[in-house]
Design a protein around this ligand. Structure first.
Ligand code: SAM
Ligand code: SF4
Length: 439
Protein backbone atom coordinates (compact mmCIF):
# COMPACT_ATOMS: atom_id res chain seq x y z
CA UNK A 1 0.00 0.00 0.00
CA UNK A 2 1.31 3.47 -0.87
CA UNK A 3 1.70 6.15 1.78
CA UNK A 4 1.11 9.90 1.86
CA UNK A 5 2.12 12.80 4.07
CA UNK A 6 0.37 16.17 3.93
CA UNK A 7 2.08 19.21 5.43
CA UNK A 8 -0.36 22.06 6.03
CA UNK A 9 0.60 25.73 6.35
CA UNK A 10 -1.81 28.47 7.41
CA UNK A 11 -5.33 28.74 8.74
CA UNK A 12 -8.17 26.38 9.72
CA UNK A 13 -9.50 26.61 6.22
CA UNK A 14 -6.29 25.07 4.90
CA UNK A 15 -6.35 22.48 7.68
CA UNK A 16 -9.82 21.48 6.59
CA UNK A 17 -8.85 21.44 2.90
CA UNK A 18 -6.08 19.02 3.88
CA UNK A 19 -8.72 16.76 5.42
CA UNK A 20 -10.41 16.66 2.01
CA UNK A 21 -7.09 16.03 0.23
CA UNK A 22 -6.46 13.18 2.68
CA UNK A 23 -9.95 11.83 1.99
CA UNK A 24 -9.29 11.67 -1.75
CA UNK A 25 -5.91 10.01 -1.25
CA UNK A 26 -7.33 7.37 1.09
CA UNK A 27 -10.11 6.68 -1.42
CA UNK A 28 -7.28 5.96 -3.92
CA UNK A 29 -5.79 3.43 -1.51
CA UNK A 30 -3.04 5.58 0.03
CA UNK A 31 -2.53 5.47 3.79
CA UNK A 32 -1.28 8.27 6.00
CA UNK A 33 2.26 8.38 7.40
CA UNK A 34 3.81 10.86 9.83
CA UNK A 35 7.22 10.31 8.24
CA UNK A 36 7.51 12.54 5.15
CA UNK A 37 10.93 11.00 4.44
CA UNK A 38 9.38 7.58 3.78
CA UNK A 39 6.17 8.68 2.07
CA UNK A 40 5.41 7.80 -1.57
CA UNK A 41 3.59 11.10 -1.89
CA UNK A 42 4.28 14.37 -0.04
CA UNK A 43 1.80 17.18 -0.51
CA UNK A 44 2.34 20.73 0.77
CA UNK A 45 -0.90 22.64 1.29
CA UNK A 46 0.35 26.21 1.35
CA UNK A 47 -0.48 29.68 2.70
CA UNK A 48 0.53 33.09 1.33
CA UNK A 49 -1.04 35.49 3.83
CA UNK A 50 2.42 36.75 4.82
CA UNK A 51 5.90 36.37 3.37
CA UNK A 52 7.02 34.26 6.33
CA UNK A 53 4.42 31.62 5.42
CA UNK A 54 5.82 31.48 1.88
CA UNK A 55 9.41 31.28 3.06
CA UNK A 56 8.55 28.26 5.19
CA UNK A 57 7.20 26.51 2.08
CA UNK A 58 10.29 27.38 0.03
CA UNK A 59 12.66 26.04 2.66
CA UNK A 60 10.58 22.86 3.11
CA UNK A 61 10.69 22.28 -0.66
CA UNK A 62 14.46 22.78 -0.59
CA UNK A 63 14.77 20.09 2.08
CA UNK A 64 12.66 17.66 0.03
CA UNK A 65 15.16 17.86 -2.83
CA UNK A 66 17.51 15.42 -1.10
CA UNK A 67 14.71 12.95 -0.41
CA UNK A 68 13.70 12.99 -4.05
CA UNK A 69 17.29 12.20 -5.05
CA UNK A 70 17.29 9.23 -2.67
CA UNK A 71 13.84 8.11 -3.82
CA UNK A 72 13.08 9.29 -7.38
CA UNK A 73 9.73 7.46 -7.44
CA UNK A 74 8.40 9.72 -4.71
CA UNK A 75 5.77 12.28 -5.83
CA UNK A 76 6.09 15.82 -4.44
CA UNK A 77 3.09 18.10 -4.81
CA UNK A 78 2.30 21.71 -3.89
CA UNK A 79 -1.21 23.09 -3.68
CA UNK A 80 -3.31 25.70 -1.87
CA UNK A 81 -3.08 29.49 -1.83
CA UNK A 82 0.55 29.99 -2.81
CA UNK A 83 0.51 28.52 -6.35
CA UNK A 84 -2.79 30.26 -7.01
CA UNK A 85 -0.91 33.60 -7.18
CA UNK A 86 -0.13 34.74 -10.70
CA UNK A 87 3.17 33.36 -11.99
CA UNK A 88 3.91 31.41 -8.82
CA UNK A 89 3.37 27.89 -10.24
CA UNK A 90 5.89 28.54 -13.03
CA UNK A 91 8.31 30.07 -10.54
CA UNK A 92 8.04 27.02 -8.29
CA UNK A 93 8.62 24.68 -11.21
CA UNK A 94 11.72 26.65 -12.19
CA UNK A 95 13.16 26.89 -8.66
CA UNK A 96 12.24 23.37 -7.61
CA UNK A 97 12.35 21.03 -10.63
CA UNK A 98 11.96 18.06 -8.26
CA UNK A 99 8.32 19.08 -7.67
CA UNK A 100 6.01 16.80 -9.70
CA UNK A 101 2.65 18.44 -9.13
CA UNK A 102 1.43 22.01 -8.68
CA UNK A 103 -2.27 22.91 -8.47
CA UNK A 104 -4.30 25.70 -6.91
CA UNK A 105 -7.33 26.29 -4.71
CA UNK A 106 -9.91 25.99 -7.49
CA UNK A 107 -9.15 22.49 -8.77
CA UNK A 108 -8.54 20.49 -5.58
CA UNK A 109 -11.05 17.85 -6.72
CA UNK A 110 -8.68 16.90 -9.56
CA UNK A 111 -5.99 15.49 -7.26
CA UNK A 112 -6.71 11.79 -8.10
CA UNK A 113 -6.60 12.53 -11.86
CA UNK A 114 -3.27 14.36 -11.48
CA UNK A 115 -1.70 11.51 -9.53
CA UNK A 116 -2.81 8.93 -12.08
CA UNK A 117 -1.39 11.11 -14.85
CA UNK A 118 1.99 11.49 -13.11
CA UNK A 119 2.21 7.75 -12.44
CA UNK A 120 1.39 6.95 -16.06
CA UNK A 121 3.49 9.60 -17.80
CA UNK A 122 6.18 10.45 -15.23
CA UNK A 123 6.03 14.09 -16.28
CA UNK A 124 5.39 17.08 -14.00
CA UNK A 125 1.82 18.42 -13.87
CA UNK A 126 1.22 22.15 -13.37
CA UNK A 127 -2.44 23.07 -13.49
CA UNK A 128 -3.96 26.22 -12.06
CA UNK A 129 -7.52 27.26 -12.75
CA UNK A 130 -7.82 31.06 -12.86
CA UNK A 131 -11.35 30.99 -11.50
CA UNK A 132 -13.43 28.79 -9.26
CA UNK A 133 -15.96 26.44 -10.80
CA UNK A 134 -19.16 25.22 -9.13
CA UNK A 135 -18.57 23.91 -5.61
CA UNK A 136 -17.83 20.18 -5.76
CA UNK A 137 -19.91 18.46 -3.11
CA UNK A 138 -19.46 14.99 -1.67
CA UNK A 139 -15.64 14.77 -1.69
CA UNK A 140 -14.41 12.20 0.84
CA UNK A 141 -12.94 13.70 4.02
CA UNK A 142 -10.65 12.26 6.68
CA UNK A 143 -11.09 14.38 9.81
CA UNK A 144 -8.16 14.68 12.16
CA UNK A 145 -10.01 15.37 15.38
CA UNK A 146 -12.68 13.15 16.90
CA UNK A 147 -14.81 15.73 18.72
CA UNK A 148 -14.58 18.95 16.73
CA UNK A 149 -15.29 19.05 13.00
CA UNK A 150 -14.73 21.91 10.58
CA UNK A 151 -17.48 22.46 8.07
CA UNK A 152 -17.03 24.92 5.20
CA UNK A 153 -20.19 26.96 4.66
CA UNK A 154 -18.76 29.30 2.03
CA UNK A 155 -15.70 29.67 -0.13
CA UNK A 156 -13.86 32.82 -1.22
CA UNK A 157 -14.12 36.46 -0.22
CA UNK A 158 -15.48 39.55 -1.96
CA UNK A 159 -14.17 42.13 0.47
CA UNK A 160 -10.82 43.05 -1.00
CA UNK A 161 -9.33 44.57 2.14
CA UNK A 162 -6.41 46.50 0.68
CA UNK A 163 -3.73 44.50 2.55
CA UNK A 164 -5.11 41.03 1.92
CA UNK A 165 -4.25 38.42 -0.69
CA UNK A 166 -7.13 36.07 0.12
CA UNK A 167 -9.69 37.29 -2.49
CA UNK A 168 -7.05 36.87 -5.21
CA UNK A 169 -6.27 33.28 -4.31
CA UNK A 170 -9.60 32.03 -3.01
CA UNK A 171 -11.94 33.60 -5.56
CA UNK A 172 -15.41 35.11 -5.27
CA UNK A 173 -17.79 34.29 -2.43
CA UNK A 174 -19.71 31.07 -3.04
CA UNK A 175 -22.10 29.71 -0.41
CA UNK A 176 -22.90 26.05 -0.02
CA UNK A 177 -26.60 25.25 0.07
CA UNK A 178 -28.09 25.01 3.60
CA UNK A 179 -29.43 21.50 2.99
CA UNK A 180 -26.02 19.99 2.18
CA UNK A 181 -24.60 21.69 5.29
CA UNK A 182 -27.42 20.29 7.45
CA UNK A 183 -26.85 16.80 6.02
CA UNK A 184 -23.09 17.01 6.60
CA UNK A 185 -23.64 18.13 10.18
CA UNK A 186 -26.20 15.40 10.88
CA UNK A 187 -23.72 12.79 9.61
CA UNK A 188 -21.04 14.27 11.90
CA UNK A 189 -23.45 13.97 14.85
CA UNK A 190 -24.03 10.30 13.98
CA UNK A 191 -20.26 9.77 13.77
CA UNK A 192 -19.83 11.01 17.37
CA UNK A 193 -18.63 14.58 16.77
CA UNK A 194 -19.79 16.99 19.45
CA UNK A 195 -18.78 20.36 18.08
CA UNK A 196 -18.90 21.90 14.64
CA UNK A 197 -16.93 24.98 13.53
CA UNK A 198 -18.50 26.67 10.51
CA UNK A 199 -15.83 28.07 8.21
CA UNK A 200 -15.81 31.01 5.81
CA UNK A 201 -13.72 34.16 5.32
CA UNK A 202 -16.77 36.24 6.07
CA UNK A 203 -19.53 34.00 7.41
CA UNK A 204 -21.85 36.99 7.83
CA UNK A 205 -22.28 37.32 4.10
CA UNK A 206 -23.36 33.67 3.86
CA UNK A 207 -26.26 33.19 1.46
CA UNK A 208 -25.97 36.46 -0.47
CA UNK A 209 -25.17 34.54 -3.66
CA UNK A 210 -27.84 31.84 -3.25
CA UNK A 211 -30.86 31.88 -5.54
CA UNK A 212 -33.33 31.93 -2.63
CA UNK A 213 -33.44 34.08 0.53
CA UNK A 214 -31.06 32.72 3.16
CA UNK A 215 -28.64 34.41 5.53
CA UNK A 216 -26.21 33.36 8.25
CA UNK A 217 -28.79 33.81 11.02
CA UNK A 218 -31.19 31.56 9.07
CA UNK A 219 -28.50 28.93 8.61
CA UNK A 220 -27.70 28.95 12.35
CA UNK A 221 -31.41 28.46 13.12
CA UNK A 222 -31.48 25.37 10.88
CA UNK A 223 -28.24 23.95 12.27
CA UNK A 224 -29.24 24.43 15.90
CA UNK A 225 -31.87 21.73 15.40
CA UNK A 226 -29.43 19.06 14.16
CA UNK A 227 -29.25 16.07 16.52
CA UNK A 228 -26.01 14.83 18.07
CA UNK A 229 -23.99 18.04 17.79
CA UNK A 230 -23.85 19.91 21.12
CA UNK A 231 -21.97 23.04 20.10
CA UNK A 232 -21.73 25.29 17.08
CA UNK A 233 -18.95 27.81 16.48
CA UNK A 234 -18.13 29.86 13.40
CA UNK A 235 -15.27 31.83 11.95
CA UNK A 236 -14.67 34.45 10.73
CA UNK A 237 -17.19 37.23 11.25
CA UNK A 238 -16.83 40.58 9.55
CA UNK A 239 -17.88 43.61 11.65
CA UNK A 240 -19.40 45.32 8.62
CA UNK A 241 -21.97 42.59 8.07
CA UNK A 242 -22.57 41.72 11.73
CA UNK A 243 -25.83 43.07 13.08
CA UNK A 244 -28.24 43.12 16.01
CA UNK A 245 -30.57 40.54 14.45
CA UNK A 246 -27.71 38.02 14.33
CA UNK A 247 -26.67 38.79 17.92
CA UNK A 248 -30.26 38.16 19.08
CA UNK A 249 -30.44 34.87 17.18
CA UNK A 250 -27.11 33.73 18.67
CA UNK A 251 -28.32 34.72 22.16
CA UNK A 252 -31.45 32.60 21.69
CA UNK A 253 -29.97 29.46 20.12
CA UNK A 254 -28.80 26.90 22.67
CA UNK A 255 -25.99 25.27 20.68
CA UNK A 256 -24.36 28.37 19.23
CA UNK A 257 -21.56 29.32 21.63
CA UNK A 258 -21.23 32.77 23.21
CA UNK A 259 -17.86 33.44 21.63
CA UNK A 260 -17.58 36.32 19.19
CA UNK A 261 -14.42 36.48 17.13
CA UNK A 262 -14.79 39.84 15.44
CA UNK A 263 -11.58 41.03 13.74
CA UNK A 264 -11.26 44.81 14.16
CA UNK A 265 -7.78 45.23 12.55
CA UNK A 266 -7.38 48.87 13.70
CA UNK A 267 -8.92 51.38 16.08
CA UNK A 268 -8.28 54.33 13.79
CA UNK A 269 -11.05 55.42 11.41
CA UNK A 270 -8.50 56.78 8.96
CA UNK A 271 -6.67 53.44 8.77
CA UNK A 272 -9.90 51.42 8.65
CA UNK A 273 -10.89 53.47 5.60
CA UNK A 274 -7.52 52.91 3.93
CA UNK A 275 -7.87 49.21 4.69
CA UNK A 276 -11.26 49.22 2.96
CA UNK A 277 -12.87 47.54 5.93
CA UNK A 278 -16.26 49.21 5.46
CA UNK A 279 -16.96 50.13 9.11
CA UNK A 280 -15.86 52.72 11.63
CA UNK A 281 -14.53 52.45 15.15
CA UNK A 282 -17.92 53.74 16.38
CA UNK A 283 -19.81 51.01 14.48
CA UNK A 284 -17.49 48.39 15.94
CA UNK A 285 -17.98 49.71 19.48
CA UNK A 286 -21.74 49.77 19.05
CA UNK A 287 -21.65 46.09 18.02
CA UNK A 288 -19.61 45.24 21.10
CA UNK A 289 -22.11 47.14 23.26
CA UNK A 290 -25.00 45.17 21.73
CA UNK A 291 -23.22 41.85 22.23
CA UNK A 292 -22.59 42.70 25.88
CA UNK A 293 -26.21 43.86 26.29
CA UNK A 294 -27.76 40.65 24.96
CA UNK A 295 -25.07 38.28 26.30
CA UNK A 296 -23.26 39.76 29.32
CA UNK A 297 -21.02 36.68 29.63
CA UNK A 298 -19.92 36.77 25.96
CA UNK A 299 -16.26 36.21 25.19
CA UNK A 300 -15.04 38.67 22.57
CA UNK A 301 -11.81 38.12 20.64
CA UNK A 302 -10.31 39.82 17.62
CA UNK A 303 -7.54 40.15 15.01
CA UNK A 304 -5.44 43.33 15.12
CA UNK A 305 -2.84 44.48 12.62
CA UNK A 306 -0.10 47.02 13.33
CA UNK A 307 2.06 48.88 10.84
CA UNK A 308 -0.42 49.27 7.99
CA UNK A 309 0.99 51.90 5.55
CA UNK A 310 0.58 55.41 6.91
CA UNK A 311 -0.23 54.27 10.47
CA UNK A 312 1.17 57.04 12.70
CA UNK A 313 1.51 57.20 16.48
CA UNK A 314 -2.02 58.61 16.89
CA UNK A 315 -3.52 55.82 14.79
CA UNK A 316 -1.67 53.22 16.82
CA UNK A 317 -2.77 54.90 20.05
CA UNK A 318 -6.38 54.71 18.81
CA UNK A 319 -5.91 50.92 18.46
CA UNK A 320 -4.45 50.67 21.97
CA UNK A 321 -7.37 52.72 23.34
CA UNK A 322 -9.85 50.47 21.59
CA UNK A 323 -8.26 47.40 23.19
CA UNK A 324 -8.68 49.05 26.60
CA UNK A 325 -12.23 50.08 25.85
CA UNK A 326 -13.51 46.77 24.48
CA UNK A 327 -11.37 44.63 26.80
CA UNK A 328 -10.94 41.74 24.37
CA UNK A 329 -10.54 38.37 26.05
CA UNK A 330 -7.71 37.72 23.62
CA UNK A 331 -6.52 38.73 20.20
CA UNK A 332 -4.45 37.48 17.31
CA UNK A 333 -1.94 40.21 16.58
CA UNK A 334 -0.28 40.68 13.19
CA UNK A 335 2.49 42.86 11.83
CA UNK A 336 1.45 44.22 8.44
CA UNK A 337 3.35 42.55 5.61
CA UNK A 338 3.17 43.87 2.05
CA UNK A 339 1.69 41.29 -0.33
CA UNK A 340 2.58 41.84 -3.98
CA UNK A 341 -0.51 42.59 -6.06
CA UNK A 342 -2.53 44.12 -3.22
CA UNK A 343 -3.26 47.90 -3.21
CA UNK A 344 -1.59 48.45 0.19
CA UNK A 345 1.73 47.14 -1.13
CA UNK A 346 1.79 50.12 -3.52
CA UNK A 347 0.96 52.70 -0.86
CA UNK A 348 3.56 55.29 0.06
CA UNK A 349 4.53 55.65 3.73
CA UNK A 350 5.31 52.02 4.50
CA UNK A 351 5.99 51.91 8.24
CA UNK A 352 9.63 51.14 9.20
CA UNK A 353 10.23 47.62 10.54
CA UNK A 354 11.58 48.99 13.82
CA UNK A 355 8.38 50.95 14.49
CA UNK A 356 6.24 47.93 13.64
CA UNK A 357 8.25 45.80 16.04
CA UNK A 358 7.86 48.28 18.89
CA UNK A 359 4.13 48.61 18.26
CA UNK A 360 3.48 44.86 18.20
CA UNK A 361 5.39 44.48 21.46
CA UNK A 362 3.38 47.26 23.13
CA UNK A 363 0.14 45.80 21.82
CA UNK A 364 0.89 42.25 23.00
CA UNK A 365 1.88 43.56 26.44
CA UNK A 366 -1.39 45.47 26.75
CA UNK A 367 -3.48 42.57 25.44
CA UNK A 368 -1.83 40.13 27.85
CA UNK A 369 -2.67 42.33 30.83
CA UNK A 370 -6.29 42.72 29.64
CA UNK A 371 -6.56 38.95 28.96
CA UNK A 372 -5.30 38.20 32.46
CA UNK A 373 -7.87 40.57 34.00
CA UNK A 374 -10.65 39.05 31.91
CA UNK A 375 -9.63 35.52 32.90
CA UNK A 376 -9.53 36.55 36.56
CA UNK A 377 -13.12 37.74 36.24
CA UNK A 378 -14.05 34.12 35.48
CA UNK A 379 -12.81 32.93 38.89
CA UNK A 380 -15.78 31.62 40.88
CA UNK A 381 -17.93 31.23 37.75
CA UNK A 382 -19.39 27.94 36.55
CA UNK A 383 -18.44 26.92 33.02
CA UNK A 384 -19.74 24.12 30.82
CA UNK A 385 -16.61 22.41 29.55
CA UNK A 386 -16.54 20.02 26.60
CA UNK A 387 -13.81 17.61 27.70
CA UNK A 388 -11.20 16.91 25.01
CA UNK A 389 -8.78 14.58 26.82
CA UNK A 390 -5.86 14.30 29.20
CA UNK A 391 -4.04 17.54 30.00
CA UNK A 392 -0.29 17.65 29.42
CA UNK A 393 0.13 19.84 32.53
CA UNK A 394 -0.48 16.91 34.89
CA UNK A 395 -1.60 13.30 34.27
CA UNK A 396 -4.40 13.68 36.85
CA UNK A 397 -5.94 16.58 34.94
CA UNK A 398 -8.20 16.68 31.90
CA UNK A 399 -8.80 19.68 29.66
CA UNK A 400 -11.49 21.07 27.46
CA UNK A 401 -13.04 24.27 26.17
CA UNK A 402 -15.64 26.51 27.79
CA UNK A 403 -18.47 27.83 25.62
CA UNK A 404 -16.42 31.02 25.38
CA UNK A 405 -13.61 28.93 23.83
CA UNK A 406 -11.23 29.23 26.80
CA UNK A 407 -9.13 26.22 27.75
CA UNK A 408 -10.09 24.84 31.17
CA UNK A 409 -8.12 22.18 33.09
CA UNK A 410 -9.45 20.27 36.07
CA UNK A 411 -8.99 16.97 37.96
CA UNK A 412 -10.89 14.26 36.13
CA UNK A 413 -10.81 10.92 34.39
CA UNK A 414 -10.05 10.46 30.71
CA UNK A 415 -13.43 8.68 30.33
CA UNK A 416 -15.01 12.13 30.55
CA UNK A 417 -13.71 12.84 27.03
CA UNK A 418 -16.63 13.96 24.89
CA UNK A 419 -18.83 14.83 27.88
CA UNK A 420 -19.84 18.31 28.95
CA UNK A 421 -18.72 18.86 32.54
CA UNK A 422 -19.89 21.63 34.88
CA UNK A 423 -16.68 23.17 36.17
CA UNK A 424 -16.22 25.88 38.82
CA UNK A 425 -13.26 28.09 37.98
CA UNK A 426 -10.79 28.52 40.83
CA UNK A 427 -7.75 30.08 39.24
CA UNK A 428 -6.97 32.11 36.14
CA UNK A 429 -3.79 31.93 34.07
CA UNK A 430 -3.02 33.87 30.92
CA UNK A 431 -3.56 30.92 28.58
CA UNK A 432 -6.02 28.77 30.54
CA UNK A 433 -8.34 28.47 33.54
CA UNK A 434 -8.15 25.97 36.38
CA UNK A 435 -11.18 24.54 38.14
CA UNK A 436 -12.91 21.56 39.67
CA UNK A 437 -15.90 19.56 38.61
CA UNK A 438 -19.06 20.18 40.61
CA UNK A 439 -20.40 17.12 42.42
N1 SAM B 1 -11.49 37.04 6.84
C1 SAM B 1 -10.98 37.37 8.10
C2 SAM B 1 -11.28 38.84 8.43
O1 SAM B 1 -11.76 39.59 7.64
O2 SAM B 1 -10.96 39.22 9.50
C3 SAM B 1 -9.52 37.15 8.23
C4 SAM B 1 -8.79 36.19 7.41
S1 SAM B 1 -7.07 36.44 7.34
C5 SAM B 1 -6.58 34.89 6.79
C6 SAM B 1 -6.56 36.41 9.04
C7 SAM B 1 -5.84 37.61 9.48
O3 SAM B 1 -4.63 37.74 8.80
C8 SAM B 1 -6.55 38.93 9.23
O4 SAM B 1 -7.52 39.21 10.18
C9 SAM B 1 -5.42 39.92 9.25
O5 SAM B 1 -5.27 40.50 10.51
C10 SAM B 1 -4.19 39.07 8.91
N2 SAM B 1 -3.63 39.49 7.63
C11 SAM B 1 -4.19 39.47 6.42
N3 SAM B 1 -3.37 40.02 5.49
C12 SAM B 1 -2.25 40.40 6.15
C13 SAM B 1 -1.03 41.04 5.75
N4 SAM B 1 -0.83 41.41 4.50
N5 SAM B 1 -0.11 41.28 6.70
C14 SAM B 1 -0.31 40.91 7.98
N6 SAM B 1 -1.43 40.31 8.41
C15 SAM B 1 -2.40 40.05 7.52
FE1 SF4 C 1 -8.92 39.18 3.70
FE2 SF4 C 1 -10.63 41.13 4.28
FE3 SF4 C 1 -11.50 38.93 3.00
FE4 SF4 C 1 -10.78 38.82 5.58
S1 SF4 C 1 -12.47 40.00 4.73
S2 SF4 C 1 -10.21 37.39 3.96
S3 SF4 C 1 -9.08 40.23 5.69
S4 SF4 C 1 -10.07 40.45 2.22
Amino acid sequence: MKSYNIKTFGCQMNEHDSEVLAGMLEAMGYRSTEDAGKADLVLLNTCCIRETAENKVFSYLGRLRRQKVANPAMIIGVCGCMPQQEGMAARMHQLFPHVDLVFGTHNVQQLPVFIDRILAERKPVLEIWPEAAEITEGLPTVRKEGLRAWVTIMHGCDNYCTYCIVPYVRGRERSRGPDVIVREMAALGRDGFKEVVLLGQNVNSYGKDLKYPMDFAGLLEKLDGVNGIARIRYMTSHPRDFNEKLIRVIARLGKVCEHFHLPVQSGSNRILKEMHRGYTREHYLSLVEKIKFYIPTAVITTDIMVGFPGEDDDDFQATMDLVKQVRFDSSYTFVYNARPGTPAAEMAEQVPEKTKKQRIQDLIKLQNSVSMEKNKEEEGSRQEVLVEGKSNIDPGLVYGKSRGNKTVVFPGNIILTGAIAPVTITRAHLAYLEGFIEK
